[in-house]
Design a protein around this ligand. Sequence first.
Ligand code: FE
Length: 237
Amino acid sequence: MASHDHDHPHDHDHDDHDHHHDPHAPQKDHDSGPADPHEVLEQALRELLIEKGVLTAGEINAQVDFMDTRSPALGANVVARAWTDARFKQRLLADTRVALAEMDIDIGSLADFRTVENTPETHNVVVCTLCSCYPKLLLGIPPAWYKSTAYRGRVVVDPRGVLDEFGVKVPDGVDVRVHDSTADLRYIVLPMRPPGTDGWSEKKLASIVTRDTMIGTAIPKVTEKTAARAARGKSAS
Ligand code: FE
């Protein structure tokens, strides 16, 4: 698609700290006004593909339903597995596609996936500077801020500053690496397992792995609430 906005790649006008409540969320219901040009284009293209017999409406609906099955919960399960199984982690870092297939997660054939591991020396963060490439088949639909020109432009220029706005303070001695996703290659961050999680089950571990921790704009945290929940789950099982 030639719909990328390259006019203002370093747009600095979005310093509103409102990353999690972007009013321009992708889930439009058309109650809020006329369709924008991209929606008109999408509808025209969809109708043309159906008319020309390239795709059926059923196939399109099936793909939409398939995407709806994808959510950050899938990625969280993968991270929890990597935290508890060192061999799986090695396979995940060596060949993400193969490791995901072990967990019956098919990432399709369009793009390759690479897992980048956070360590005490390195913090990784993912962006698509060109448009909005994202590991949808593992994390579901990207958040609106991920697609914003503000994030795309600024995280490359000032990753520490942007991470700080997300509440992630990267210590001075830690190297920050920004990974630019493309149509061919999508990145997932493997965050560090936080202290205070010894003996937790994979399921409990997965519960603290959020979408943003796998983009690199958050760090998994053990709060009193999650710790109490984990303790209850452990005694119950
Ligand atoms: Fe992209």
